[in-house]
Design a protein around this ligand. Sequence first.
Ligand code: ARG
Length: 457
Amino acid sequence: MTLWGGRFAEPSDADLRALNDSIDFDKRMYAEDIAGSIAYARAIANAGIITAAEAATLVEGLRQVLAEFEAGTFVLQVADEDIHTAVERRLTELVGAVGGKLHTGRSRNDQVATDFRLWVAGAIDRTDALLRALQEALIAKAEPNLETLMPGYTHVQPAQPITVAHWLMSFFWMLARDRSRLQDAKRRLLVSPLGAGALAGTPFAVDRAALAAELGFTSVSQNSLDAVSDRDFAAELLFCLALAGTHLSRLAEDVIFYSNPLFGFITLNDRYSTGSSLMPQKRNADPMELARGKAGRLIGRLTGFLTTLKGLPSTYNKDLQEDKESVFDSVDTLDRLLPVIIAIVDTLNLNPDRMRAALGEDMLATDMADYLVRKGLPFRQAHHVVGQVVRLAAQEGVVMSALPLERLQALSPLFSDDVQSVFDFGASVARRQAVGGTAPEAVRVQIEAARAWLGAQ
Ligand code: ARG
């Protein structure tokens, strides 16, 4: 039996049911639905709507329903349109007609909004824990590589030498922002809609604040029309996950590049590489390509759901049922992706010799300009002079350090013997000591700041 069959002379069409029913996916919220109902049964008893004995019967019955879900013995019936219907149907089978009192003053509209908020709060905690594990993996890989040099790129063109630790830690801070966004979204979503009824509020004297507190909410909604249709929390979560996915995609892109034999900076562990069915030599970074690909999917879920929301009239509309598959899919996507990314970072083999060999003297051109600046030349002129040095070396087919001093002095009299000190990649890196720079000393401080950030979570 449906929850709403009384006014219809005919049962609903099977195709309509296939379209309308949400039980296939919203059964994931059984624990939240039952927790909400247990709290609600107590609240309506406190309001004098049912007796304490009836509430106890309902609570006991709901616990049995929960046990069946947990044991995998809950049997779905064809008429179970959604998780709310299924739980109430089974409860009534177990406890009899008193089961029909549970829904007094409540609507599936405030019920689903409550359940889903609780589910999203739990999902935020799980995703947050995975992101934290990735941050820890990055620190663990970075710390032994404070002095390991590698080329830094802008526009994918050789730019300046950096350290591997600095490269790895750059992703730590992206994830820190992702996590703080998730935690912020969680704070904002802990507003209880329960008691909003279908749209207009409940006519019964339910203590909404106590009900909210029992479920772990920090406040109650102030407008019932808004409460039954507010899905900002779902949209926020989808955005947080899409942006986290975008960060993972960028890490993936670096790993894909750096594991290409032309770079050869890193080798993926065998367990996290894939081969080709045709080309025996292949070692592909499929999981990283999937990370890059999944970012598109996460962004799609966000834009899809925002599009669902944008034209909705006030209060609950069935379009809102689209919230769950979007959110479940995005959460599941990161649930599958993050453990693999964490393991890839953990097991990443670095090839410092290849990184070192990829450092070209051109990447010290800025240091040469800074050398002239220290001798008093305005930076803009120094930039121009060193540009001429680079061109001269290219014309002569030699590296800059092989140019005779006189040739340099012809371009600027400020050059002297000590110019050779510029051609030292380690020294170039070590000079970048200001907070946030790539110098080993600065990155050590950065890692301390990262640990402090983790400690404050
Ligand atoms: N399955 C529905 C959803 O996810 C539950 C709420 C149904 N409410 C209604 N008035 N039809 O949104």
